[in-house]
Design a protein around this ligand. Structure first.
Ligand code: SF4
Length: 381
């Protein structure tokens, strides 16, 4: 059945909010949060650790910290608490992104079962399974992902246990990789150009003869598709194949994007068909899927990436995260004087819906003559 990605219009009179048809929490995140809080309940008196942030949402992580949970690593995998200080009586929760085989082994060696409190999302596991299938058919795995992201590090580790694996961050790196496939670049240069992004023993001369692309589940679907199409074309030309024979060199992996990423991104395309004045995107600043929603919006209109309603300081000023400068900046006069003012709102897969509601209420507070939320809800009844 074809899904409807047209936004919901919340018409408050002078303020019109276009709410994305799909936004916010996904299955994987809800599941991870539920398991984490249940783990705390079930283990009174025990030390409870999280490998790293549960999900990329500051409020959820702050809640867990408040309940006494301690993070073992920061989001880039740097150790905060040494593994050596753990004992078999400790509880370690593996977050929704999953983790590397090396970390699983470290936990097991300490006597901590790595599967007991494992909240790895099934859609991430699906990518690992797909990588394993590719490996069994002697393809090298190309992971489209951010090399320092927990999920990409985990996927890389699982794939690399079965087959040569290499990470490409974006199309520029896919183009660079293609030059090693075609032989335009010297194999020796790959070591430097892709340092830290290929598996041990990677042999450029033979490990790029058969490839398949999988992705970090929260990348932009259109980017992964473009990278996959590009590398497929490179293989077609290099080995003089056609669509009937391409599988000899290029594995079909179309299905490794997660549904939530797809739906949230498609819903943004739906939002962008409106004639809105600006967009507000709510989510954690280190959330990959949220930042991709921001990128899509930025192409068309002023887009403000905030992690809470408090970032809307007043009707004039907003403090928002600039993806390019990688810092929060303040923009003045962010609300134009258009009547009615039309604002697009969406949020990332790790953002609680309550935050979106708070953002809407904050915006409403700047328009004294608007309909109340209650009046609006009754008009939908
Ligand atoms: S965004 Fe997708 S893969 Fe990631 S936790 Fe949510 S459902 Fe799972």
């Amino acid at each position: 059945m074809k899904k409807d990605f047209s936004p919901t219009l919340l018409d408050f009179g002078p303020l019109q909010i276009y709410l994305a048809r799909h936004f916010g929490f996904c299955y994987g995140v809800e599941n991870a949060i539920e398991i984490a809080f249940k783990t705390i309940e079930e283990n009174p008196g025990k030390r409870i650790f999280l490998l790293s942030e549960m999900i990329h949402n500051p409020q959820v992580n702050a809640d867990l910290l408040e309940k006494g949970v301690v993070f073992l690593q920061d989001t880039r995998g740097q150790q905060v608490i040494p593994f050596e200080s753990l004992t078999k009586d400790d509880v370690v929760i593996i977050p929704a992104f999953g983790t590397t085989l090396a970390i699983e082994k470290k936990l097991e060696d300490t006597g901590i079962p790595s599967h007991k409190y494992n909240t790895t999302c099934p859609f991430v596991e699906k990518v690992w399974n797909r990588s394993e299938q590719i490996a069994k058919n002697n393809y090298t795995v190309v992971v489209h992902g951010k090399p320092t992201h927990e999920e990409t590090r985990a996927t890389f580790s699982h794939a690399a246990a079965n087959t040569p694996t290499i990470i490409v961050n974006d199309m520029a790196e896919a183009i660079a990789l293609a030059k090693y496939i075609t032989g335009e670049k010297n194999a020796m240069d790959l070591e430097k150009e892709f340092a830290g992004k290929f598996s041990e023993g990677f042999d450029v001369t033979k490990d790029l003869e058969r490839i398949g692309v999988v992705n970090q589940t929260t990348m932009l679907a259109s980017d992964t598709q473009a990278i996959s199409d590009f590398l497929k074309q490179v293989m077609l030309e290099k080995y003089k194949l056609d669509p009937a024979t391409i599988e000899e060199r290029f594995a079909d992996t179309r299905d490794t994007l997660c549904y939530a990423t797809n739906d949230n991104q498609s819903a943004v395309y739906g939002l962008l068909e409106t004639d809105a004045d600006l967009a507000i995107i709510v989510g954690g600043y280190n959330s990959s899927n949220t930042s991709h929603l921001v990128e899509l919006c930025e192409e068309k209109l002023p887009a403000y990436f905030i992690n809470s309603a408090e970032k809307i300081i007043s009707a004039e000023n907003i403090s928002h995260y600039d993806l390019h400068k990688k810092q929060e900046i303040i923009t003045t006069n962010f609300l134009p004087a258009t009547k009615p003012l039309k604002i697009l709102i969406t949020s990332g897969a790790s953002c609680p819906d309550a935050l979106v509601e708070e953002v809407i209420n904050k915006l409403l507070s700047f328009f004294p003559a608007v309909k109340t939320s209650a009046a609006l809800i009754s008009s939908f009844a």
